[in-house]
Design a protein. Sequence first.
Length: 304
Amino acid sequence: MVVGARSGREEPEDRGPTSSGSSGGSSGGGEAPIDTNDRDGGGGKKQQRSFWKELPLLIVIALALAWLIKTFLLQAFSIPSASMENTLRIGDRVLVDKLTPWFGSEPERGEVVVFHDPGGWLGETVPVDTNPVTGAIQKGLSFVGLMPSAEEKDLIKRVIAVGGDTVECKGTGPVKVNGKALEEPYIYPGNTPCGDRPFGPIKVPQGRIWVMGDHRQDSLDSRYHQNLPGNGTVSVDEVVGRAVVVAWPIGNWSTLPVPSTFDQPGINAAAAGLPATALPAAGGLAGAVPLVMWRRRHLINRAG
């Protein structure tokens, strides 16, 4: 009990709720501070969930996010062979862009792409005997994109020509696309552009690509599968995505840009069915026809 300051009467210490205008309590009439203890009906603290109970949920969310990223955004692939040296070495991990194909983007010349085996490129693979437990773990991790799959048959090569292009390589090279010679500094040192397999000229069908490895003398690419359906070309539907960066090991980190030789003038014009020298002539003809028709009409009107 406390004594009132003015009346001298004894008043209870705990007073009931006062109106907004009164100054009950020592808080000076303001709002009472928030109780951070969040007491429940029993007056005790609300018990927080244990970290170990939260952990399974966090793992499930992390795996779901990893699966979404692997399926729609980026996927890691391990390089198993020397066919793309020195651009890519055995054991490198590359990140493959899987997002842009969802928006209708198709492979372009000079890009390094991963694609499914079109059929017969990898031959028959002998199943590897593994421990059932480790095999199940690998399948699970590969499903969410944390490990490469041991069952998928994928290859990685460089796109040399796309649908509508004419590609060839005679003797020791160079490779020509639509009559334009390519300068290929990415070829493995000591190799020739044709390797040991000259080819062409070959007209690449629409919706397909012609691919070659950078290690020309150690790459079973389009040159070696011309006897199969597609004549060595690969359907764009088989393309998983474009390899954009070498992510591992750290010492080999690098991007995989399109070499400038694929941007040389005239290479696209020829693919459209017109030689580069024909474009100015075609433009001049298109502009001259209306002028000739106007002059002829003018002369006829004068004669009349």
